[in-house]
Ligand binder design. Structure first.
Ligand SMILES: [Zn+2]
Length: 295
């Protein structure tokens, strides 16, 4: 229902742009920031929404929570329109500089176009104005407001979260999983289970007043945010235990991915190419298999 509205003003300087499956967040100030960029299929729509908010002002910076194709897809168009700088973890920036990574992002966005029935080529050229961000770094927005960079690996090795201060608005990227349509939180520990759990604990300690995830609706209120992150943590532990049991019973990685994940999360909020979906499911099971392997 919210999709009819192009965006919602969450506070004086914070906007959520409504894109199907991929809400994006625009933070305005002396400098203007966008967090993540969704898929390339929505690039024109995103640009129009930003333009209608910023008018003649520029989008100065794009902050990336991680390098996945569904967070980086609209970078080429937005950078072309605004010459915005692009910042992420060192690993994210290094990945975006690799040709094979750009080809993969391009291919996944092209496949997403097919899923959506869009007949458009996806092109992901070399980007300019790339910056590394470090854990704990502060990024100034204006005199009184800034982002704090929080390293939050586990979904990927390159994952960062951002905390908008002094309002305490947390942008977790995919570090807190995705709330699916069956109301369960799907954990997304694609690279490493242990760091995923540690990252979630770190995000809980932040005591955010608002949570702005990249695939679900925003959550307002300290207690509600805490409850959501706590549930994300419990869901991760619970899924890990289920996978461990299945592996101990002799099931193979693909079998577990089919039997547990597809049954537990039959109604994903984020559609997408089957290939990306399967890579993710298998990565989750592998991350658990790594834990149970004797070293
Ligand atoms: Zn991701």
């Amino acid at each position: 229902m919210e999709l009819k509205k192009p965006y919602t003003k969450l506070s004086e300087n914070l906007f959520v742009l409504h894109e199907k499956m991929f809400p994006l967040y625009l933070i305005t100030g002396r400098q203007n920031f966008l967090i993540d960029t969704s898929i390339s299929a929505f690039d024109e729509s995103i640009y129009r929404k930003i333009k209608s908010i910023l008018s003649d002002r520029l989008l100065d910076h794009i902050l990336l929570t991680h390098s996945h194709y569904d967070h980086t897809g609209s970078l080429p168009l937005l950078q072309k329109k605004y010459k915005a700088s692009v910042s992420g973890s060192k690993r994210t920036i290094e990945l975006l500089q690799k040709e094979e990574v750009r080809t993969f992002i391009q291919d996944m966005n092209a496949r997403f176009n097919d899923v959506l029935g869009i007949h458009e080529k996806s092109i992901f050229p070399k980007l300019k104005k790339l910056n590394y961000l470090e854990d704990g770094e502060k990024i100034n927005i204006d005199d009184s407001r800034y982002f704090e960079v929080i390293s939050s690996p586990g979904h990927t090795k390159c994952s960062l979260s951002f905390l908008l201060m002094p309002e305490r608005v947390l942008f977790p990227g995919d570090a807190a999983g995705v709330l699916e349509r069956n109301k369960k939180i799907k954990p997304l520990f694609l690279s490493d289970y242990t760091s995923y759990v540690l990252s979630l604990k770190k995000l809980l300690e932040v005591e955010a007043e608002m949570l702005c995830p990249p695939h679900n609706n925003y959550i307002i209120g300290k207690e509600k945010v805490r409850a959501h992150l706590q549930l994300a943590l419990e869901s991760a532990i619970d899924l890990k235990n289920k996978i461990v049991r299945a592996l101990e019973n002799g099931a193979g990685i693909e079998e577990v991915s089919e039997s547990i994940l597809k049954k537990e999360f039959p109604l994903p909020v984020v559609e997408g190419p089957e290939k990306a979906f399967n890579i993710n499911l298998i990565s989750i099971v592998r991350a658990v298999a790594k834990l149970t392997k004797p070293s």
